[in-house]
Every structure is written in structure tokens, then in C-alpha cells.
Design a protein around this ligand. Sequence first.
Ligand SMILES: Cc1cc2nc3c(=O)[nH]c(=O)nc-3n(C[C@H](O)[C@H](O)[C@H](O)COP(=O)(O)OP(=O)(O)OC[C@H]3O[C@@H](n4cnc5c(N)ncnc54)[C@H](O)[C@@H]3O)c2cc1C
Length: 394
Amino acid sequence: MGKLNFKYDVVIIGGGPVGIYTSIKLAKEGLRVLVIEEDAQIGKPRFCTGLISRESFERFSLPKEAIEKEFNCASVFSPLGSKASLKSKSIQAYVTDRTKFDFSLYNMAKEAGVEFFLSCHCRGLKVYSDRVEAAVSYDQGDTTVRSEAAVLSTGIKYNLHRSLGFSVPGNFLDCSQVQLAGESGSEIEIFLGNSIAPHSFGWVVPLEKKRLRVGISTRKNSPVFLRSFLKHLKLKDSITLGRYFTDIMRRPIPLEPIKQTYADRMLVVGDAAGQVKPTTGGGIYFGLLCADLAAQTLAKAFKKGDFSGKFLSHYETNWKKQIEFDLTMSIYLRKLIARFNDEQIEELVKFISQDNVQQLMEKYADFNHHGRFIKELIKMPLFWKHLYHMVNVK
Ligand SMILES: Cc1cc2nc3c(=O)[nH]c(=O)nc-3n(C[C@H](O)[C@H](O)[C@H](O)COP(=O)(O)OP(=O)(O)OC[C@H]3O[C@@H](n4cnc5c(N)ncnc54)[C@H](O)[C@@H]3O)c2cc1C
């Protein structure tokens, strides 16, 4: 690479799916784009269950070679024994191999003309009136990359945020996951309960060739909760568990967006912006949706020659129009359920399994946008009757 100064239209810091997708969209607008990624290989290491809705594949024309299996149903288990099905025509998702998924996006980006600096860490960004400068370290030294604009898609690494005046998400889940040999039912299984996953849930996702992805999200100590969740699952007749194929992998998930996602010559997208579904912690759909909008705003900025924060604020207005309602409703629901004790969770699961709630789900539930279903749910007098009962269960 040498001690050269490089010049691009847009520099993207972070080669996760959201950064790479942004780069593809920008390259297709005819812009010269560089992605700087500190890992040596795209897609490795990846800490993700890989559930991505069918809608995402259609909407964003995603590569399909990473798909491992399709699901249209999930079961939710209360710690006290009740079970409810989450089934809907629109709840259709694929479980993917995230390493392959990211790598396929990388190939698409290279075909579109995007350049990559791998094994390169961005140490800092400086925004001037006429350019952005990224200070980059790589195995043979340091260099500077200049561009008209930059995109922060650093995932859950927020080191650059503060120096650029961006806030960081105020709320996180602590997640751990392992892939192991084993068999369960044909559906995704979600386990609730304060001794299993306080404030959140555990999951079992069956894969082909007798493999499972098992994970836990909690407020803290997720590896400890994952080990005890695995012991809990071993006692179940419906699940068999064998040897581990991976170590237990741990990573936080942001649950709330950062305060502002634009500045002069800068946009923030994906986990770096906290654009994650607060109900499940899934970040790929919202991240790609926002990446699309970020690329559209930047393409317009190039046409107008206006990289001011004021102009780039259109990005935030646009993503908020599309997902703010879902975020608000989901944060509300998560906060409500996080307070429930096991008896209240049992009531909740019984409530979900009722016919009229199942019909509501069939009509309004959407794998990606949860706001509409939550809104319809809280319009039901039955919900308030149950909620009253739930909060009064001791
Ligand atoms: C256990 C677990 C399970 C999950 N399951 C799902 C799921 O089933 N479905 C779903 O939709 N989401 C899931 N998620 C969330 C999903 O993994 C993230 O939302 C998604 O990876 C975000 O993509 P991103 O591109 O924003 O960030 P990332 O994928 O984190 O990519 C950011 C990249 O930036 C690089 N980087 C950071 N700082 C620098 C720097 N200074 N210089 C250079 N490079 C840098 C990093 O190395 C990284 O490669 C899960 C998360 C966890 C923890």
C-alpha cells in the first residue's frame, strides 16, 4: 500500500453487511468508493444467528447462496410450561451462514467497482470544510485516505463516535451464542423466563445436518446464562445436544438509536447508529434499509455538491419516516415485558396463544416491522384485561 495519500468520493469505515451494502449502492451511482475493514477477511469472525426475512432478500436483491434453511413458524415457551405459536404468512425468514452472506456481498461490491483495504484499522477521522481525512493503520505503517464524505458503519465499535461528536446507544443487550451438534423440532424455539434469560430470551435455531444455533440475550453475564440454558435444554425430551462446533461467542447488541446520525460530510448506519429491532435484536434488515437511504442521500449530495450536515440530515428524516414508529412501539413493549416475573410471562404466553391474538398476528405480524402489530394488540380490550391480570399476578 505504501505511504501514499489516497483520494475517494466516499470512504466507508467498517466492512460488515451494512457498510458493504452502502458501498454497492454508492458504486452503482458511479462514485469511487473505498471500504476500510480491520479484519483480515470479510465475514470472519461473525457473531450472528443469521435470521434474515424473505422480504429483505427481495427488497435488497440479496445474494441467496448463504441461505441454510427456511422458517415460517416459531414457538415461544414460558418458564412455567405454556407454549404459543408465532405463525403468519408474513413471518417467513431464512437462516443464513453469516460468513458466506457477508462474503457474497463483498463479491457483489467488488464487481460493482468498490475497493477494499482489509486488515486496516481506521484510527481517526477529521472533517474539514472541503474533505474528510481518515487516518489508517495497516501492517506496514500508517496512511491517510481523503474523501468528499465518509460513512461510519463500525458495528458495535464506537471508538470513533465521540471524537466526531456522535453519541453512542444508551442501551445494550449482552448476547452469547454457540453452534453445536444436536436436534430439536423443525421450528425456531424461543424461551422466556427470569432464570433463563432475564429481560430478554434464549433461542434454538435448527440447521441442516443435525446442527443447532443456541443463544441467549440478557442484560449481563450472557455466557453464564447460556451455559445454564444449555443445561436446561438437555433436560428436554424434544432436544438433543452434542459436541460444540464453535466456542461460545459473546457480543453486545445496541437497543436504541444514537441521537444524531449525520454531520457535515458524515453519515452513520447500521449497528453503529443503533438501527436494530428492539424486540429481537435483529439488525440486518433495518441496517440495510438505512444503508439504502444513506446512499441515496449521499448520491444527491454529490449531484448538488452540498455535503453540509443540513443537507445530509435528509437521511435521518427518511430513515425515521420508515422505522421510527416500529422502534418506538418495540422499545415500549420490550420495557413492559422486561419487568414481568415468571408468572406474568406465563400469562403473556397463554394470552398470545388465544385464537383472536393468533388471528391478529396472521393479519398484522411482520417479521421486520413490529409497530403495526403492537399497535393493533394494544387496541384490543382483551390485551388490557390480560395486562391488568398480568401485572397483578404475584
Ligand atoms: C448473537 C447475535 C445474534 C444475532 N442474530 C441476528 C439475526 O439473526 N438477524 C439479524 O438481523 N441480526 C442479528 N444480529 C445482529 C447483527 O449481527 C448485526 O445487526 C449486524 O451484523 C450489523 O451489521 P453492521 O454492518 O452494522 O455491523 P458489523 O457486522 O458489526 O460490521 C462492522 C464492521 O466494522 C469493522 N470495524 C469497526 N471499527 C473499525 C475501524 N475503526 N476500522 C476498520 N474497521 C472497523 C468491524 O471489524 C466489523 O467488521 C445478531 C447479533 C448477535 C450478537
